[in-house]
Design a protein. Structure first.
Ligand SMILES: Cc1cc2nc3c(=O)[nH]c(=O)nc-3n(C[C@H](O)[C@H](O)[C@H](O)COP(=O)(O)OP(=O)(O)OC[C@H]3O[C@@H](n4cnc5c(N)ncnc54)[C@H](O)[C@@H]3O)c2cc1C
Length: 315
């Protein structure tokens, strides 16, 4: 006899997508558990200002997701701190075995809402100086560089936007761009060019950082000539890395279609190619990764799971 805990629905991830799915699953009366490995609220917990969630003119990320969690729990949602280590589907029964570090669930449906984590740039000292100068979150760590110099690695929209955000604190912000052009939207690029605190070093990479407890030396490479040169800084500087994100899709790699950079491909009902397996939020391929779209995905995924279980919801 299996000792697995039986559920109608297991939601992997307790960020906005997972919490929204939990709210809709409760209202559809599905026996559901939401599993979160780190912090309920996901990436939003680390976001100091949220100005673009409709109906909430201005808030900090923690308050917003705390309200989502309370709303879900008030409706009876069960949220458990567990790391999901594997998901497999029994072809005969169609049931999913969802293993965590301490137990196993047998689920009729699963929603994968694990989000995405920042990609590393790969320079020497990157991991060693994480939290001591290397950061992946301008809103979280920008204030530690008030009046100082910071470098931002990346040429896309988020790098450009975060560089602009960092000008609120830093004295000087230099964007380090591997190629000879930016991939940011024209309007963002224009703002960067017009900001007296920002400059851009094209065709440049950071190859290493070092220092006594903070970053006091950076080695750069000119990607055109391959020449390397170092710069020293009296005060510790910041190196903010925005070179993309890695979606938490490895868990379901064999069950879903993924695009070239690992995002899960789903249809507008959040259905993947595996019946009963749904996806929501930043982990899926989509044009806009925000709280509002994550919440929307979660609502649709839970509604689709309910329909899959024979309880369609009229909209
Ligand atoms: C610095 C920063 C600022 C931002 N500012 C804004 C903003 O102002 N407005 C806005 O709309 N959006 C903002 N965003 C984007 C927004 O945070 C995301 O779009 C949103 O959080 C996506 O929600 P999600 O639930 O899909 O993923 P996440 O928030 O990433 O949540 C996924 C959760 O799944 C968990 N998880 C992953 N794998 C497992 C596993 N195996 N087992 C258990 N749990 C797992 C993770 O721990 C995480 O808690 C910001 C993002 C960042 C990084």
């Amino acid at each position: 006899m299996s000792s697995a805990i039986e559920k109608d629905l297991v939601i992997v991830g307790g960020g906005p997508a997972g919490l929204s799915a939990a709210i809709y699953a409760q209202r559809a009366m599905l026996d559901t558990v939401t599993l979160e490995q780190e912090a309920v609220g996901g990436q939003v917990v680390l976001t100091s200002d949220v100005d673009n969630y409709p109906g909430v003119p201005h808030t900090d990320g923690f308050s917003l997701v705390d309200a989502m969690q309370r709303q879900a729990e008030d409706l009876g949602a069960q949220i458990v701190m567990e790391n999901v280590s594997s998901i497999a589907r029994d072809e005969e029964t169609g049931l999913f075995a969802v293993k965590t570090t301490s137990c196993e669930y047998e689920a009729k449906t699963v929603i994968v809402a694990g989000g995405a984590t920042p990609r590393k740039a790969g320079f020497e000292g990157e991991l060693e100086y994480a939290g001591k100068g290397v950061s992946y979150c301008a809103t979280c760590d920008g204030m530690f560089f008030r009046g100082r110099e910071v470098f931002v690695i990346g040429g896309g929209n988020s790098a450009a936007e975060e560089a602009l955000f960092l000008t609120r604190f830093a004295e000087k912000v230099t964007l380090i761009v591997r190629k000879d052009h930016l991939r940011a939207q024209a309007a963002v690029a224009e703002k960067l060019n017009n900001n007296p605190k920002t400059s851009i070093r094209f065709l440049t990479s950071i190859v290493g950082v070092s220092g006594e407890g903070s970053i006091q030396r950076i080695t750069f490479r000119n990607n055109e000539t391959s020449e390397e040169y170092a710069e020293e800084f009296e005060q510790g500087v910041g190196v903010f890395v925005f070179v993309g994100r890695v979606p938490a899709s490895e868990l379901v790699a064999n069950l879903v279609e993924r695009n070239g950079v690992g995002y899960v491909v789903a249809n507008e009902r959040m259905e993947t190619k595996t019946p009963g397996l749904f996806v929501a939020g930043d982990v899926r391929e989509k044009p806009l990764r925000q709280i509002v779209t994550a919440a929307s995905d979660g609502a649709i995924a839970a509604t689709s799971a309910s329909a899959y279980l024979g309880h369609p919801v009229d909209s």
